[in-house]
Design a protein around this ligand. Structure first.
Ligand code: UD1
Length: 432
């Protein structure tokens, strides 16, 4: 029988590529996403690439425990790959609570429910090389000590790694876990039907390069040229998104086939090849025959000088190896940017935007419905009390009723905000 993999955050950049590779490897996939940080474009692209018009999609928030329980009740899930998380480093510094709440709560819910599955479950967590901080020695192996993270986003990765380890350990074999530490995923699917879709000004290098090359941005700032590296710019391990997605298939299969050596394993997912910012920009220009206007700018706070993976463990233990050259990957990244530009020109991305807007509003409406029903129940409960009971617990009831009314009112405001935001987005799309 086919095994089923749940991909939380499956409509995003990494999730959509992983979904394609899982389907192509013969797994059934359930995609779950709340579309808080992406639209339908990639989900629709996955369906086109794989010809799976029937690909199950659950629009839900993993912070909602009830919804997670319902999801596991609806499908028999053999493995979960958890991507559903916020990922902007700068935003996490400005809004730490939002990051801790979302990234930790959603993962805790997944573990709670997955751990209670009869027959157990396999959990794969998408971690990051960010857990190594500024390493003392490069390349880094899985045994390189983790360093304190420089941002709340980074902290959530370290914390989720520990949470998975502890939970697996305490689960008496019910849970198995793999932590994949990604280096710098870049590029797009060779079909150019799915790729990275950053909102607003991109923080990451490659989307900034492609947007500059196409003329959406004036000039790329290269953050720092005085680092102690061969050309003075930072070095990273840029890994092709399809190679990275394939690593998930290897990891899931390893879990399903009982090949793990420990109940919780860690693998670096990188190429082992350091590339500097300047080298990447030059390679992009050369392979695509386009100019990327760029200038040197001050260092970006929090950047590490150089980090790349020693991927030996993943190569030897999982049998996975990155195969694409930087040039192939940069070609794919450019083809994706050109595809987006063409879609915008023809207006063919409006349908996707409208559908995800609809999902967002329906989700907000469900929440409002719940909050209003709860407020009504509380009022009914209060009305049924005797005058003595009302008097005795007046303060408690005052705050209970006020809180319920405020929640109901906030949830209605959320719907209005979603409608406004959606209308703005669609209108902006037309103007751009
Ligand atoms: C960043 C995050 C990391 C996260 C990863 C996800 C930081 C410190 N780290 O990694 O936690 O897991 O994204 O993809 O933010 N650069 C420029 N100009 C730009 C953008 C980037 O010169 O406009 C340089 C950066 O200084 C860096 C390199 O390009 O040297 C790569 O940057 P980026 O793509 O943001 O990735 P990381 O910083 O490595």
């Amino acid at each position: 029988m086919k095994k089923t993999v749940l991909v939380s955050g499956g409509a995003g950049f990494i999730g959509s590529h992983v979904t394609v590779e899982l389907l192509e490897a013969g797994y059934d996939v359930v995609v779950a996403d709340n579309f808080s940080n992406c639209d339908r474009t990639c989900f629709e692209g996955v369906k086109k690439i794989t010809g799976r018009e029937d690909l199950p999609l659950e629009v839900m928030d993993f912070c909602d425990l009830k919804a997670v329980k319902a999801l596991f009740g609806k499908y028999h899930i053999d493995a979960v790959i958890h991507f559903a998380a916020f990922k902007a480093v700068g935003e996490s510094v400005a809004k730490p609570l939002m990051y801790y709440k979302n990234n930790l709560e959603s993962f805790l819910n997944v573990l709670e429910v997955a751990g209670a599955q009869p027959g157990g479950c396999n959990v794969l967590f998408s971690s990051s090389a960010t857990v190594y901080g500024e390493p003392d020695v490069v390349p880094v192996t899985e045994n390189t000590p983790r360093k304190p993270a420089t941002s709340p986003y980074g902290n959530t990765k370290t914390m989720c790694e520990d949470i998975l380890r502890d939970t697996v350990k305490a689960s008496d074999g019910a849970l198995k876990g793999i932590l994949l530490r990604y280096f710098n995923p870049i590029g797009a699917h060779p079909s150019a039907l799915i790729g990275e879709l950053p909102r607003g000004v991109p923080n990451n290098l490659v989307p900034f390069i492609t947007q500059t090359a196409i003329g959406k941005r004036e000039c790329l700032n290269i953050f720092g040229n005085d680092y102690p590296t061969p050309d003075g710019t930072c070095q990273r391990d840029y890994i092709d998104i399809v190679d990275l997605a394939r690593a998930h298939v290897y990891a899931v299969t390893r879990m399903m086939e009982g090949k793990m050596k420990k109940d919780c394993e860690v693998f670096n997912v990188g190429t082992g090849r350091p590339v500097s910012v300047l080298e990447l920009v030059n390679a992009f220009e050369k392979v695509n025959g386009v100019k990327v206007p760029h200038k040197f700018a001050p260092r970006r706070p929090g950047d590490v000088t150089a980090i790349w993976a020693d991927p030996t463990l993943a190569n030897e233990e999982m049998g996975w190896k990155a195969t694409r050259t930087v040039e192939e990957t940069l070609k794919a990244a450019w083809a994706w940017e050109c595809h987006l530009a063409q879609q915008k020109e023809t207006g063919s991305d409006d349908t996707g935007k409208a559908t995800s807007l609809k999902d967002q509003i329906l989700q907000a409406a469900d929440k409002a419905n719940e909050a209003i029903s709860d407020a009504i129940d509380k009022v009914k409960e209060y009305s049924a009390l005797s005058p003595e009971e009302k008097k005795a617990k007046q303060d408690e009831w005052n705050s209970k009723l006020t809180e319920a009314a405020e929640k109901a009112s906030d949830s209605v405001k959320d719907i209005v905000d979603d409608i406004k935001e959606g209308a703005d987005k669609l209108f902006k799309g037309k103007k751009d």
